[in-house]
Design a protein around this ligand. Sequence first.
Ligand SMILES: *[C@@H]1O[C@H](CO)[C@@H](O)[C@H](O)[C@H]1NC(C)=O
Ligand SMILES: *[C@@H]1O[C@H](CO)[C@@H](O)[C@H](O)[C@H]1NC(C)=O
Ligand SMILES: *[C@@H]1O[C@H](CO)[C@@H](O)[C@H](O)[C@H]1NC(C)=O
Ligand SMILES: *[C@@H]1O[C@H](CO)[C@@H](O)[C@H](O)[C@H]1NC(C)=O
Ligand SMILES: *[C@@H]1O[C@H](CO)[C@@H](O)[C@H](O)[C@H]1NC(C)=O
Ligand SMILES: *[C@@H]1O[C@H](CO)[C@@H](O)[C@H](O)[C@H]1NC(C)=O
Ligand SMILES: *[C@@H]1O[C@H](CO)[C@@H](O)[C@H](O)[C@H]1NC(C)=O
Ligand SMILES: *[C@@H]1O[C@H](CO)[C@@H](O)[C@H](O)[C@H]1NC(C)=O
Ligand SMILES: *[C@@H]1O[C@H](CO)[C@@H](O)[C@H](O)[C@H]1NC(C)=O
Length: 579
Amino acid sequence: MLAVTNWLTRTALGLFIGVCAANAAVLVDFQVAQPPPLPKDAKQCTEVLIVHTFGNSFGTPAIANFTPPTDCGPVGSWAGISLNLTVTSNGTQFDRLGIFTFQNTEIWRTSTPEPTFDGIIWTYLKDVTRFIPLFSKPGEFIFELDNLLETGLNGQYASTVTATFFASSPSHPAAKNANLILPISASSNPTPDDNAPSVPPNINTNVTFPDNTVEVYAEIFASGNGNEEFWYFNTANEFLDDLPAGTTFGDGPFREVQLLVDGMLAGAVFPYAVIFTGGIIPTAWRPITSYGALDLPTYFIDLTPFVPILTDGKSHNISLGVISAETDHAINDNWFVSGLVQIVTDTSSKPTTGEITKYEVQPFPVTSTTAVVGAQLGDVNVTVSATRSVHIESRIVSGSGKVNNVVFTQDLSYKNVQTYANQAAIQNVAQTATGTVTSTHNGVTSLTDKYSFPLNINLTLLNPSGSEFSAFFDHSYDRTILPAPFIFGSTIAERQLAGGFFTVASTGNTGNGTSNNTFTYVDTAGNTFDREVSAALDNITSDHQGGSLAGTQPKFPFFPKAQAILGGSVRLPGRRIQT
Ligand SMILES: *[C@@H]1O[C@H](CO)[C@@H](O)[C@H](O)[C@H]1NC(C)=O
Ligand SMILES: *[C@@H]1O[C@H](CO)[C@@H](O)[C@H](O)[C@H]1NC(C)=O
Ligand SMILES: *[C@@H]1O[C@H](CO)[C@@H](O)[C@H](O)[C@H]1NC(C)=O
Ligand SMILES: *[C@@H]1O[C@H](CO)[C@@H](O)[C@H](O)[C@H]1NC(C)=O
Ligand SMILES: *[C@@H]1O[C@H](CO)[C@@H](O)[C@H](O)[C@H]1NC(C)=O
Ligand SMILES: *[C@@H]1O[C@H](CO)[C@@H](O)[C@H](O)[C@H]1NC(C)=O
Ligand SMILES: *[C@@H]1O[C@H](CO)[C@@H](O)[C@H](O)[C@H]1NC(C)=O
Ligand SMILES: *[C@@H]1O[C@H](CO)[C@@H](O)[C@H](O)[C@H]1NC(C)=O
Ligand SMILES: *[C@@H]1O[C@H](CO)[C@@H](O)[C@H](O)[C@H]1NC(C)=O
């Protein structure tokens, strides 16, 4: 089963089986998140884009031919756009990665909660207002969800995708947006898989920018899958031999996502660790998924400093890659990466000119790996740290004569402490990644991405075979972003304390879990949302929602009965459990 390479590396993330219990109900899964900050009282036009059941769907995405609506004001004049993905499933199935690609550009990466025999349903509402330039013309809308049906795997994902356009009005002005969005991903003749290719090796895309480009903002999608699903648990090669075989993978726990322009590093990301719903303790992630599982975070870099070299009418080599702190910078298979650029053009059609006046960037971050090795195999603590700084300045002169002095800086830091004890029966990780990313145009802030992503996981094997284990997660997402001066900025503070027990047995798996979540959101338009929600044993035990956006998403019902769990298999770091 695990030897089906494409299936494993692309999407197989974890698995467990639910069985019918007395009084069991369809489980309503959800990720804690703000409702899209869109005007409820605006005229709305909803289009059904996709109604599709993903059965055996490897390489066969659902494709819709999109046409912009004309009855919510002139095309492109909308106050906002949201997508609604609603899915039901039942039976046994892995969690799967889902990728939405529109006009050859990835716009949303998601993953599926694992079903139960009695069925699950989830809805996620995604704000896609910043992609108005793509929605303003007809094009192919692709939802790729590579699912597999075979012996022991019968869960299908019955999916509906709708797009809602919010008409602008004097009280709800048209959303500001870029003049053009181009993908950093598609080849000249893309297949769905080209839109989020896997690395290593780096992907290289030829992009031709308009001559009168004056600002460029990049957005990057990146997630570890297959042997990189638990990348933060991978151990530095130097100390892998101090662990029992199969405990975890090598190449260490540090990952830097790099964006290069003609081979010059333009920006870097120390990413957030998305834990998929089959990850380690599947029962900890239902009905509340881990944060980010239904809407994987993306990252923002100001590419405006490169405008002087991009506006020569020729194609340029935009690369995306992921590196480790190992001496060869290698990683395992694999990461899926893609991206896009939001482009602002000048009112003049004359080419933009200028020069890069400062470029203080090293090709690789400064890293260190140290360890304390105990007397016994599997008794070792390994610390990996990294720092990275980027400082680029440019003077840009538009065709209409405006001068823009751009300063782009990044200061990123990272630390990961892995603690192994009792022959690696204890496998703990304490990681934090922080970043301060700022760009100013003539002294005015135009892009910000400040983040802190602390992650603590204590995994303990409770018996010699490793078939019984517990894990507790303390995971936060604290972030202030302004993706571009014309896109909404927001601040999110999110913390999830989750965990539970799991037992793998030939007679059927059993497990339990609890999840306590606190979430606050505030944006540059003054919208607010907060939610404190807890679950235990598949049941919501408390739920409070407040703020100006509250009430726009349904409160979730209390379930009458927790569902029993039997059978199936589960994924741990490394190759500890293979069923
Ligand atoms: C989302 O779509 C589902 C299925 O199409 C629908 O039942 C639900 O009401 C929609 N939710 C919102 C908030 O529009
Ligand atoms: C289970 O899924 C199958 C296949 O998608 C569907 O035909 C059936 O109606 C579902 N049953 C329930 C109870 O949801
Ligand atoms: C990009 O352009 C270079 C040089 O013209 C060419 O060798 C390469 O194949 C192109 N790559 C893609 C992905 O089109
Ligand atoms: C693009 O840049 C990468 C370095 O990031 C380099 O390895 C590759 O050869 C370049 N490709 C082309 C076609 O110039
Ligand atoms: C690793 O760290 C833990 C917790 O700080 C400590 O108890 C243990 O002794 C350390 N292991 C070694 C080999 O020093
Ligand atoms: C992990 O264990 C350490 C040491 O016992 C403890 O301080 C920490 O709170 C635990 N973290 C989680 C997420 O359970
Ligand atoms: C969540 O909160 C409940 C109630 O306070 C507590 O029993 C449970 O241990 C908490 N779960 C975690 C993972 O901290
Ligand atoms: C979860 O299962 C473990 C092991 O069976 C048990 O000790 C614990 O009390 C259970 N937790 C809850 C919240 O039921
Ligand atoms: C689910 O939670 C509600 C609210 O706390 C409680 O009344 C109910 O007894 C719980 N159900 C189960 C099966 O634990």
